[in-house]
Structures are given as C-alpha cells and as structure tokens.
Design a binder for this molecule. Structure first.
Ligand SMILES: Cc1cc2nc3c(=O)[nH]c(=O)nc-3n(C[C@H](O)[C@H](O)[C@H](O)COP(=O)(O)OP(=O)(O)OC[C@H]3O[C@@H](n4cnc5c(N)ncnc54)[C@H](O)[C@@H]3O)c2cc1C
Length: 457
C-alpha cells in the first residue's frame, strides 16, 4: 500500500521531497503556483545563486542527483576579504583541502529537481495556487486560473510553500499553534557582475568574495557562466542604508518605493567610498541598482510543524532563516532526507503516520531554531568581525586546536557546513569547546603566576 501525498510548492524542498516520496512508491501530486520552471526564464532579483554544502549534497546524493548537480556548480574554497584599499586576504572555509562549498544556480537546481520529481512519477501541477486546506480530510483547494478552483484529497499534505507559506498560515488559525516572525532591519539587493570582455571571471572564481564594512557588506558568488551575483546587505534606514541612497519618500512608503529613482551620483559615490575595487567591474551599476528590488530578511519559527497525521511543514515554510550561514536550502534538503527516513516504513494513514511525522518534526525544530540564531549571529561576523584582529586570532587558535586534537576540537563553521551533526548539538559542542579553551587559558595564566611568585620568593 502507498500514501497519497499532496505537496504544496515545487521550489527546492517541495521538488526534492516529491522525488524522494515518489521513488518510495507513494502517489505524489505537487501544486505549484508558478509556471513550470523548465518552460520559462528564471525570475530575477531573488538569490540567483546559493551556496550548497554537505547537508544539501547528502540529501541530493540520496536520490542520485549529487554528481549531476555538482557538475553545474563553482567550488569556493574560502572567503576572500576585500579591504577599502582593494587588498584581498583568503580565509579558507575548511580545515581540509576538500572542504569547499559550491555556488549553484537556484533556477538551474530547481529545474533539475522538478525533472527528477517528474521522472520519479510525481504528478506536477503548475499554475496551481493553494488557497485552502481541509486538514481533517487532507484536502487541498487550489486555483488553476481565473475563478477555476479544484479540490484534491490525500492522506498527507506537505507544506513546502516557502517563508510566507499558505499551509502554515492555515495551521496557525488552529488553537495551540505558536508562530514567531522577525524581520532584520537590514535588507538586500542583488547585482550581476558580468564576465570580462574576453569572457573571463572578473575576480578569483574559487572564493566567495566579501567586502565587510562594519554596518553593511557586499558579497559575490561566482556563476558557471563566469559572472558573479553580488548581494549588497545594508540597513533599510539610517546612515549607509538603502533609504539613504534614495530621494526622500512618503512616510508610508517602503524602501525602494521612492517616486523618483536613486540618483546616479549617490549610487556611484557610495560604491566608490565602500567598494572601490568592485565599482569599475560593473558596466551598468546604476541601471541595475535602480531596477533590482530590495529584498527583506525574515526569520520564522513555528510549532508544531505537524497537524495530527494529515499535514507537515518542511523547508522555509517551517523555519525561514536569514541567509548568512548559507544553510536555508541545505537545512531544507536535510528536512527532506530526515522526513523521508521517518516515513520509510509507513504505508498507510493513521497512528503510525502521525507518530512518524512527530518523530521527524519535534527534534528537528530544536535544530532549526538553533540554526536561526546562528544565521543572525553570522551576519555580524561577516559584515564586521571577519576583518578584526581578535576574530582572526580566535580563528587561527581554533584551527590550531583542531590540528592538535582533531577528534576533540571542531570549528563551529566546520560542524555546521561540513558535517550532518544536528545544528543544536553543534552549537552545544562549540559552547563546551569555548569553555574548555577559556579554562585552559586561565589554568595557563595561573601556572605562570605561580611560577613567577615562586621565582620571586
Ligand atoms: C538572498 C538569499 C540568499 C540565500 N542564500 C542561500 C545559500 O547560499 N545557501 C542556502 O542553503 N540557502 C540560501 N538561502 C535560503 C534558500 O533560498 C531557502 O532556504 C530555500 O529556497 C527554501 O526552499 P523552499 O523550497 O522551502 O522554499 P522556496 O524556495 O521559497 O519554494 C517555495 C515554493 O512554493 C511555491 N508556493 C508558495 N506559495 C504557494 C501556494 N499558495 N500554492 C502553490 N505554491 C506556492 C513558490 O512559488 C515556490 O516555488 C538564501 C535565501 C535568500 C533570500
């Protein structure tokens, strides 16, 4: 016997989940509000590329997609810091040569996943916007065109419809559902840095470039077509902010809504002051800056992710995190792997299915809550601390400690990015390691003091 599963959203997590469950023999239908990504050009302005790392790759490997996805990526061995005078310094990501992260095209990856879901036998309905869910009957109500509404019932509904999930919004109306959403006071804007006239990468292609400037930063990830996608992260309001580059706007307007475009001198002047080595690499900075929207950065936490035995949330629908640890997609893919493992022996609706969903969701929520905190914390690290001497010293000591005691001491970044250790466990282990280092340093100081006092007496 197999389950009838309705998945809302054919984004990154929905398409991978569909592939996994269809391969197990379940009858999977996917409802996606957008058109088929294989038939249309990708939408611009929304994280054109993403950093794929161990957790994401492990899930892709599970359905045999790891190698073919990797073949489309550009490996990045570390962060290449750009200071104000244009000098660069590389901070490797891993403690081993092979520990790299991979820049992957969101649109290309989505197309591969949708293809895989179709190949596995999932029924894909594009242009189908989920409007309502009857949780008791596991029924999805979706709109397929102006006024055309359809219903489909299932045994299980998977809400994979992203940070502003409709499925989660409907679960929220039920008693006992906790929900928390918090926006950063910073936003982002994406800009494309094209290849050089001779068709080469304009900068070192083996790294993620960062221009840390204290209160704000720009990053750039290489693309397979030899361009870079740059993302400018900056406060929405105040000094050095998106609003500061725009003409004054109405009090009720959102940033980016100014009636007239940001003046060219303001944009170029800001880039000349903040990213002087990047400015000459953009042939059309002003046009891009004006055209591309400002994106907002939200963290979403909610509980429970499960409605009895009939619905479960995964990916950003369950836990949207800000992008500074490069883990949102990786964690979403890890959700798919874990949920798939929990459902491995479930073949019919009922108590067993309900138990499997809860066994997946409860511990996982603790982990993604830990990731949400880490992701916010890493923004201050990336835009500010990466350039500080204390940070560099701490990092060097961490790497030294790892070399001396590889089984005992693991840098936090390594645990998060290059292992599948549960996020909460990584954070706990890191705190324990920090305590040990502090105690070790105190003990050394104490011993030195005792030796000095003895020498004096
Ligand atoms: C600027 C930025 C940079 C990022 N960088 C990284 C990175 O480097 N590494 C990383 O791991 N993660 C990164 N992320 C996070 C990553 O993009 C998300 O975690 C990931 O896209 C989550 O996948 P998802 O499938 O859960 O949601 P989504 O990708 O948002 O997909 C949701 C899907 O549901 C569909 N949908 C929504 N509502 C409905 C409805 N009512 N009916 C039907 N369909 C619906 C949408 O059209 C969409 O296709 C970044 C995010 C941002 C914003």
């Amino acid at each position: 016997m197999s389950l009838r599963v309705g998945i809302v959203g054919a984004g990154l997590s929905g398409a991978l989940m569909a592939t996994m469950l269809a391969r197990r023999g379940h009858r999977v239908s996917v409802y996606e509000r957008r058109p088929d990504p294989r038939a249309v050009e990708a939408e611009g302005g929304r994280s054109i590329n993403l950093a794929l790392s161990h957790r994401g790759l492990r899930a892709l490997d599970g359905v045999g997609l790891g190698e073919s996805v990797l073949a489309t990526t550009v490996p990045m061995r570390g962060r290449l810091m750009h200071d104000l005078s244009g000098r660069t310094a590389l901070q490797p990501y891993g403690t081993e040569e092979h520990q790299v992260i991979h820049s992957v095209s969101r649109a290309g990856l989505n197309r591969m996943l949708v293809d895989a879901a179709a190949d596995a036998g999932a029924d894909l309905c594009f242009g189908a916007r989920c409007e309502d869910v009857d949780f008791e009957r596991a029924e999805v109500l979706f709109e397929t065109g102006e006024g055309v509404r359809e219903r489909a019932d299932h045994d299980l509904i998977v809400g994979a419809d992203g940070a502003f999930s409709v499925v989660r919004g409907l679960m929220q109306r039920r008693p006992g559902f906790d929900y928390q959403q918090s926006y950063l006071t910073h936003g982002y804007k994406e800009l494309t840095l094209p290849p050089t006239p001779s068709g080469d990468f304009a900068m070192d292609s083996g790294a993620l470039h960062i221009w840390p400037r204290g209160g704000y930063m720009m990053i750039a990830l290489p693309n397979a077509d030899r361009s870079y996608t740059c993302t400018l992260f900056m406060p929405l309001l105040g000094e050095n902010s998106f609003a500061a580059l725009e003409p004054p706007m109405a009090e009720t307007a959102a940033v980016g809504d100014a009636a007239s475009p940001a003046p060219a001198e303001a944009i170029e002047g800001f880039f000349r002051r903040s990213f002087p080595d990047a400015l000459p690499l953009f042939p059309d900075l002003v046009e891009q800056y004006r055209e591309n929207p400002v994106g907002y950065l939200v963290t979403v936490r909610c509980s429970p992710w499960v409605h009895e035995g009939s619905a479960v949330l995964i990916g950003d629908a369950a836990h949207a995190v800000v992008p500074f640890y490069g883990q949102g997609m990786n964690a979403s893919f890890e959700d798919c792997r874990l949920l798939d493992e929990h459902l491995a022996s479930v073949t019919r609706p009922g108590a067993e299915l309900a138990e499997a969903l809860t066994a997946f969701a409860e511990p996982r929520r603790v982990d993604t809550d830990a990731l949400a905190d880490l992701a916010v914390y890493n923004y201050t690290v990336m835009r500010d601390r990466v350039a500080s001497r204390t940070f560099l010293l701490g990092r060097a000591l961490g790497r030294l400690a790892h070399r001396a005691l590889p089984g005992v001491f693991l840098p936090l970044y390594t645990m998060v990015t290059f292992t599948s250790m549960p996020y909460a466990e990584a954070v706990e282990r890191w705190a324990r390691q920090q305590r040990r280092v502090r105690h070790g340093v105190l003990a050394l100081i104490l011993i030195a003091l005792i030796l000095i006092i003895r020498g004096l007496s």
